[in-house]
Design a protein around this ligand. Structure first.
Ligand SMILES: *Cc1c(COP(=O)(O)O)cnc(C)c1O
Length: 480
């Protein structure tokens, strides 16, 4: 058989001189035989070579930079399965310490040494766990009262992240959406309460709304809920989806009450791999106390040599992220996190102010409350422009930037917006480079004499689907 690795089996042949490099990469079938690690490495590396550089990807919320020590720690732990807690008990303890630290950042009232919370692979799993706990608590209460418990629902704004749609679908819990408008840009507590009834398992405000960067007003919701629950006799709680805000507000706005200080907030979830500053995948969920985590959700597993309590959807999972999170806590401390989040926020505010000066654009909100914001085309200009923000997205990609354009959900679906997320690893100089590229691109697009294909489609009111999924994870075809 022909040796595909080396011509005539010559080990001195360079990777790019090998015959394997003349073959297409496998698509359907596992190759017949092995190749050298050098060749395999290069083939996989090359296949992803032309992608956006992670740090120029301003679409993602997820960490794209950690220092060398963090990276080394995580690489050192790459072969550790978190679930083997008996074999690696120090990591289970470290996990508990991370949960304690996060619960305390959110002003947990819990007095026990180990706070009630769970590790997750991201906010998605963490949201699911918070949602399932709310559902089981509600169900148990309904059962005890001899009432039907087959039609649960939850209430959220229409700017939900896709995980909540999954939660509704997978557990068959009706999702009730409070539509956003240009005037009401965040969840309206009164509108949310109008959608509640005896079957409502929880209301889900979002801190750092994926679509807009804004924060739902949890304090106002809590106050409205207090009156509502007193009047109706229900006890509808709040789960806060703090995927981004959970690691921003404790450092930059510690006085803002959105967390366990509020009466009806029973659980909170966040992404350790967003502003928790750890590489993916890491999420956290905490409950206000043990009594809010239903027994049915914690499983004791004893075949690994000890009785271990687990809360989670997955079994095996990487442990490296826990080391990364604990390292960041020690390395940065409260002050270090504050400095990094402050810088991300200042750079966002700078970009926001500069975008406001570009006559073709209009910011969605005058406020910047998280290190991200969105803008759209100035409406008068939009009527006569020959291009759209989708064209700008393409033009910026030519300089390596990933700056997403997408339509807002639901009632605002005619608004094409563009979003920038500033994270650790994005500095003022890069912001200036981006602004320069945006201004050059706009100047070039303004010179177009004929409308672009996306502009033609938009003028005809056709849906534009440059990619199958938008940057908020929702399938575009879902909305009709
Ligand atoms: C990112 C995000 C999620 C999902 O988080 P992952 O960590 O990517 O699983 C959920 N909710 C909100 C508001 C988000 O921004």
């Amino acid at each position: 058989m022909e040796d595909l690795n080396f011509r005539n089996g010559d080990a001195k042949t360079d990777v790019y001189g090998s015959s394997t490099m003349l073959q297409p990469a496998p698509v359907d079938k596992i190759p017949d035989g092995p190749t050298t690690p050098e060749i395999a490495y290069q083939m996989v590396k090359d296949e992803t070579f032309s992608q956006t550089q992670p740090r120029l990807n301003l679409a993602t919320f997820v960490t794209t930079y950690m220092d060398d020590y963090a990276t080394k720690l995580m690489n050192d732990a790459i072969n550790i399965n978190y679930i083997d807690e008996t074999e690696y008990p120090r990591i289970a303890v470290m996990n508990g310490k991370c949960i304690n630290i996060i619960a305390n950042l959110w002003n947990s009232p819990e007095k026990d040494q180990w706070k009630t919370g769970a590790l997750a692979i991201g906010s998605s799993e963490a949201c699911m766990l918070g949602g399932v706990a709310a559902w089981l608590r509600w169900r148990k209460k309904r059962q005890a009262e001899g009432k039907p418990f087959d039609k649960p629902n939850f209430v959220i704004s229409s700017a939900f992240q896709v995980v909540w749609e999954k939660f509704g679908q997978l557990w068959q819990i009706e999702m009730r959406q409070v539509p956003l408008t240009l005037d009401k840009t965040t969840l309206d507590p009164e509108e949310a309460l109008k959608m509640c009834d005896e079957n409502t398992i929880c209301i889900v405000p979002i801190l750092g709304v994926t679509w807009t960067g804004l924060n739902d007003d949890v304090k106002a919701l809590d106050a409205a809920l207090e009156a509502y629950n007193a009047k109706t006799g229900f006890d509808i709680p709040i789960h806060v989806d703090a995927a981004s805000g959970g690691f921003i507000l404790p450092f930059l706005q510690p006085e803002l009450e959105w967390d366990f200080r509020l009466k009806w907030v029973y659980s909170i979830s966040t992404s350790g791999h967003k502003f928790g500053l750890v590489y993916p995948g890491l999420g956290w969920v905490c409950w206000k106390g043990k009594e809010y985590l239903p027994d049915e959700m914690s499983f004791s597993v004893n075949y690994l040599g000890a009785n271990i309590t687990q809360v989670g959807l997955n079994f095996s999972r990487p442990a490296a992220q826990i080391l990364g999170q604990y390292y960041q806590f020690i390395r940065l401390g409260f002050q270090g996190y504050k400095e990094i989040q402050y810088n991300s926020m200042e750079i966002t505010k700078y970009l926001h102010a500069e975008i406001a000066k570009i006559p073709q654009f209009k910011n969605y909100s005058p406020d910047v409350v998280n290190p991200l914001f969105i803008w759209y085309m100035e409406p008068e200009y939009d009527k006569k422009a020959n291009w759209t923000l989708y064209d700008l997205q393409d033009k910026l990609a030519q300089s390596g930037w990933m700056v997403p354009a997408y339509t807002l959900p639901d009632t605002l679906e005619n608004f094409v917006v563009m979003r920038v997320v500033a994270r650790m690893g994005f500095n003022r100089d890069m912001a200036d480079m981006l602004l320069g590229d945006i201004k050059n691109a706009v100047a070039a697009l303004d010179k177009l004499e004929y409308p672009t294909t996306t502009r033609i489609a938009m003028n005809k009111n056709e849906k534009i689907t440059p990619t199958k999924f938008n940057h908020n994870g929702r399938r575009k075809a879902d909305k009709k």
